[in-house]
Write a protein that binds this ligand. Structure first.
Ligand SMILES: [Zn+2]
Ligand SMILES: [Zn+2]
Length: 555
């Protein structure tokens, strides 16, 4: 690692990098590069909610730092079309106007996303192809091709008078990618010759030894699934996993099945990728969902969303029998072709159980290689560092433990510990005169987006939604005599989403007696006492905790 010491160009000015999202978490990626007050934004991602965030659609980075400097934002570069890099684009464009730079497929996906929100006209998007460079404010940005689980992903060489930074985006070193375009190793070597001041690299799989398998291994797994499946096949994955669509399409062609996409984002993304030539599926292969449902079971494969156990996704609905067009049935083979995002394991597992319950055969990562990661493992990470030989290293895109592990790898290959900085969202870092130092913290908390609006949903509301969705609700109407303060008639008890499996009569009578007793004894805290008594009784009898609402009418 001698060469990284060389500095041919005199360094001028100060470059600041500010992570607004994606460091300390998987998702909501957003990095700010600021040179002498002028700003380049890399990625505008969202993060899917964790289990305990019921009813929240997604989370986006806090962009108040950018809003305060909206006229200084010279451009927004999007590295690839995944939601954790694109999902917040409309929220950013609602606050500031800056040209967006993206490769053709990424652009297509961005445009569709913006069009769904009536914002297509607001965006000025410039197409860039991998291998090209653009001058954006004080930065010269080289776009280089990287392999990932979506075509047309790029990493960036971001140059300014303070030095050259390589920002990988999501990458792996797949020698046999689905689209036959390996990562641009030559470009990485060229960066090394120019002298890389800092490397910011994807840490997702830093805990995984060895090499990430090629996307090709999935082909064999799908081949087997298609050979063995007696009835319909459903493949659930992310709507933006275009490479997987190609692989499922190839298997369908080989095994004489027709293919349908279910869900708006899936249908849209497939159409865009086909139009732009990134998804090569003949017209004769494709049918729409309606047609697929009327065909012989053994002749169709349906691709849908929901591999993360999202309750409102197609697979989520199928698993609890609430999809409006179709149901899972005995003989269906359902493939979950993705890895649960940390925090989603429980809901994924619940979905799998419910699908089995409905008679489907479910195949998931633990059973067969129906998914491989789109992110580099340890050996690839080390190779990247050797290829670029950065002076400084900052791990990005990962939870803290993944960032830490990535930093450890960097030390192992000889980058001095003082040249490595593990930072989390909001912690900015400055480079000047070839030195790196921690700089100020900026606001970088979560912004929760629910429904169509942005803003805060109080914790109270969240808890209520949680209770309602998991345990249902019990409403107790008590009519009290004003003069005697005794209940005038039997309490009325209404249940929603609770009593179904509990088999009603006996429990309900017990509950009524309990309410009447409590009301007779209560002094002063009638409502609270009844609430408490009902909760306790139900928990004792059923081990469930529905939301309890008590109305008291006085006559
Ligand atoms: Zn990605
Ligand atoms: Zn990502």
């Amino acid at each position: 690692m001698k060469q990284h010491e060389k500095q041919e160009n005199p360094r001028k000015g100060t470059l600041k990098i500010i992570p607004l999202g994606g460091l300390g978490e998987v998702g909501a990626n957003m990095m700010v590069y600021e040179y002498e007050g002028e700003i380049l934004v890399v990625d505008t991602g969202l993060m899917f909610p964790e289990n305990d965030m019921l009813g929240i659609d997604y989370i986006i980075p806090d962009i108040s730092y950018l809003i305060q400097r909206r006229n200084k934002v010279k451009g927004i570069v999007i590295t690839h079309g995944h939601e954790d890099h694109t999902g917040a684009i409309r929220h950013v464009l609602e606050e500031l106007q800056a040209p967006i730079y993206a490769t053709p497929l990424t652009r297509g996906l961005l445009e569709a996303k913006l069009a769904r929100n009536g914002m297509a006209k607001k965006a000025h998007i410039e197409t860039v192809n991998a291998g090209e460079s653009r001058k954006i404010g004080p930065f010269t940005v080289d776009f280089f091709h990287v392999c990932h689980s979506i075509p047309d992903g790029v990493g960036l060489g971001i140059d300014c008078p303070a030095g050259l930074v390589v920002h990988t985006g999501d990458y792996k070193f797949d020698h046999t990618p689905v689209d036959n375009k390996p990562t641009d190793y030559a470009k990485l070597a060229e960066f090394q010759r120019r002298g890389v001041m800092a490397l910011l690299a994807d840490s997702t799989n830093s805990e995984r030894k060895g090499w990430t398998p090629s996307e090709r291994v999935i082909d064999d797994a799908f081949d087997k699934v298609f050979r063995d499946a007696p009835g319909r096949i459903l493949v659930a994955t992310f709507a933006s996993l275009i490479s997987r669509m190609q692989q499922v399409g190839n298997a369908a062609l080989k095994h004489n099945r027709k293919m349908a996409f279910a869900g708006v984002s899936m249908v849209d993304n497939a159409a865009i990728a086909r139009t732009l030539g990134y998804l090569k599926l003949p017209d004769s292969l494709l049918v729409n969902l309606e047609e697929a449902l009327h065909m012989k079971d053994s002749e169709v494969v349906i691709m849908c969303t929901g591999s993360q156990g999202e309750p409102t996704s197609i697979l989520g609905r199928l698993s609890n029998g609430s999809h409006r067009i179709f149901d899972v049935k005995k003989g269906d083979t359902i493939v979950l072709s993705s890895h649960p995002i940390p925090g989603n394991e429980e809901s994924v597992s619940g979905t799998i159980n419910r699908l089995f319950e409905r008679g489907a055969n479910v195949i998931y990562e633990a059973l067969a290689p129906v998914h491989v990661s789109g992110h580099a493992s340890q050996e690839e990470m080390k190779l990247l560092m050797h290829l670029t030989r950065p002076k400084f290293f900052i791990p990005i895109h990962g939870e803290l433990r993944q960032l830490k592990q990535h930093a450890q790898l960097a030390r192992e290959i000889g980058i001095p510990a003082e040249n490595i900085e593990v930072i989390l969202n909001g912690q900015s870092v400055e480079f000047s005169n070839g030195k790196m130092r921690l700089a100020e913290r900026v606001p970088a908390s979560y912004v929760r987006v629910h429904g169509s609006g942005v803003g805060d949903v109080s914790d109270m509301v969240m808890q209520e939604r949680d209770l309602l969705s998991k345990e249902g609700v019990i409403i107790v109407n008590l009519t009290m005599d004003k003069s005697t303060n005794r209940s005038m008639k039997d309490p009325e008890i209404i249940t929603r989403g609770f009593m179904a499996q509990q088999g009603g009569g006996e429990l309900m009578n017990g509950l009524k007696n309990r309410v009447t007793d409590t009301a007779a004894k209560a002094n002063g805290h009638l409502q609270k006492d009844v609430e408490q008594a009902v909760s306790n009784y139900l928990y004792r009898e059923t081990r469930r905790k529905p939301m309890v609402l008590v109305n008291i009418n006085k006559n």
